[in-house]
Design a protein around this ligand. Structure first.
Ligand code: URA
Length: 428
């Protein structure tokens, strides 16, 4: 830390609390001092709450993001002979899109360095899902990552400890202080990691609705615009899609169940909304990377499946091994005839989490076989007594609380409704 004791954390908290701007040097000092442990968690959580209410203006946010990047290393993929492009989702329920998307885009000719996270709260984590595959390993060295990008074109792995360490600390703190849902802090958190990762292009999947951090379209648009501006300002070709997260994606939420569904998509089947979003994001990524290939054709050709298998094997996994089976399965049936008109993503996410798919705090283990499947999609007819949900867990006493979460999750109406669009808006 170059400017130790140059600022007083309490004074900076007061400045932001009262709605004033933080000067650039003060932001750099604060982020450095927090990462080094010289500013305490208590002080940083007060600052996070002050920012939650008062926000950061554009200049403060750019400085904040750059300061977080500067706490760690920057990766360099410039030696690759293919263009690099990544995607990041702001987090949702049943959001397994990274699993089919990364190998698909690699099979089309781009390099996809996908640094992913673990689930926390009601949203799932890509690494937790992939760890359901026997033998699969999330941690790779930078050299292993580069090798895999060279030979296969796609890698999904954990961000190393050296990448934006300020974000690791701050995200964990925000998670336990109710300060996650802040546009400037989500933007800085995501963009610091993506800029440090060194991807040339980035497609953001900004979720909106009950199962997303941003519940309204206006907030989601604001988040998307903010991140696109930060990305472009840092020289990353950035585009965002705003996508629906009122209903969960696909037909399952959890760990192994989402891997199984992703493999169905790679095999040419799978739920239509997952296929639609995977192809839409692939098109955006390929367009950013300057590759003129139709991802729908490549998906149908089976090449994306080949890349998936190579990617899983390269990280120690067996793509043909059976996924872990749950010790207990419980089926919830429909009480009335009608049509499924709504399915609450938040409730489904909560049920999957209660069954053991997610963790209550960082470091807790997750169950590979835990999760929820729903057997009808929005608009489908339903008959009383037919299975609506299947609940999977290794711990029987988790079932009751999961059932409670799903009590009012499904709305059955008397009139059919049409399936809702998944992609709502594009911001570039
Ligand atoms: N994902 C992140 O990486 N950070 C956030 O703050 C929210 C979602």
């Amino acid at each position: 830390m170059s400017t130790a004791n140059a600022y007083d954390a309490v004074e900076l908290i007061r400045t932001k609390r009262d709605g004033h701007r933080l000067e650039p040097a003060a932001i750099r000092w604060l982020i450095d001092a927090y990462t080094a442990g010289a500013v305490s968690d208590e002080q940083m959580s007060a600052m996070a709450m002050a920012i939650f209410f008062q926000g950061l203006d554009r200049d403060e946010l750019v400085e904040w993001t750059q300061a977080m990047i500067a706490t760690g290393e920057r990766m360099d993929f410039s030696s690759l002979d293919r263009p690099t492009v990544d995607k990041h989702s702001t987090g949702g329920v049943g959001d397994k899109i990274t699993l089919p998307l990364a190998p698909l885009v690699a099979a089309c000719g781009a390099a996809v360095p996908q640094l992913s996270g673990r689930g926390l709260g009601h949203t799932g984590g890509t690494l937790d899902k992939l760890e359901a595959i026997p033998g699969w390993r999330a941690s790779l060295s930078n050299a292993e990552m580069l090798n895999q990008l060279n030979s296969i074109g796609a890698v999904i792995c954990a961000a190393g400890a050296g990448l934006a360490p300020a974000d690791k600390k701050l995200y964990a703190l925000r998670d336990v202080t109710a300060t996650v849902e802040s546009i400037p802090m989500i933007s800085a958190s995501i963009m610091s990691k993506k800029i440090a990762e060194g991807t040339a292009s980035l497609v953001l999947d900004v979720k909106t609705g009950s199962g997303a951090f941003m519940k309204t379209r206006e907030d989601s648009r604001n988040l998307a615009t903010t991140m696109v501006e930060i990305g472009k300002g840092a020289g990353v070709n950035t585009v965002a899609l705003i996508t629906d997260m009122n209903a969960p994606l696909g037909r399952s939420a959890g760990n192994g169940v989402e891997v199984a569904e992703s493999v169905e998509v790679l095999a040419g089947g799978g739920p239509s909304d997952v296929v639609e979003l995977t192809v839409a994001l692939a098109r955006e990524m390929l367009s950013c990377a300057g590759i003129d290939t139709d991802p729908a054709e490549v998906l149908a050709s089976g090449k994306a499946m080949d890349t998936w298998k190579a990617m899983i094997r390269a990280q120690g996994g067996d793509p043909d091994a059976a996924l872990p089976a749950p010790r207990h399965t419980e089926v919830i049936t429909a009480e009335a005839d009608g049509y499924l008109t709504d399915l609450d993503a938040m409730a489904v996410g909560l049920a999957a989490w209660r069954l053991g798919a997610g963790r209550a705090k960082q470091g807790d283990p997750v169950q590979a076989a835990a999760g929820v499947s729903w057997h009808v999609g929005i608009g489908d007819p339903v008959r009383a007594g037919q299975p609506l949900f299947s609940l999977y867990t290794d711990t029987e006493d988790r079932i009751e609380r999961a059932r409670q979460a799903l009590d009012t999750a499904a709305t059955i109406g008397s009139q059919p409704v049409s399936a809702r669009p998944v992609v709502l808006e594009r911001i570039s």
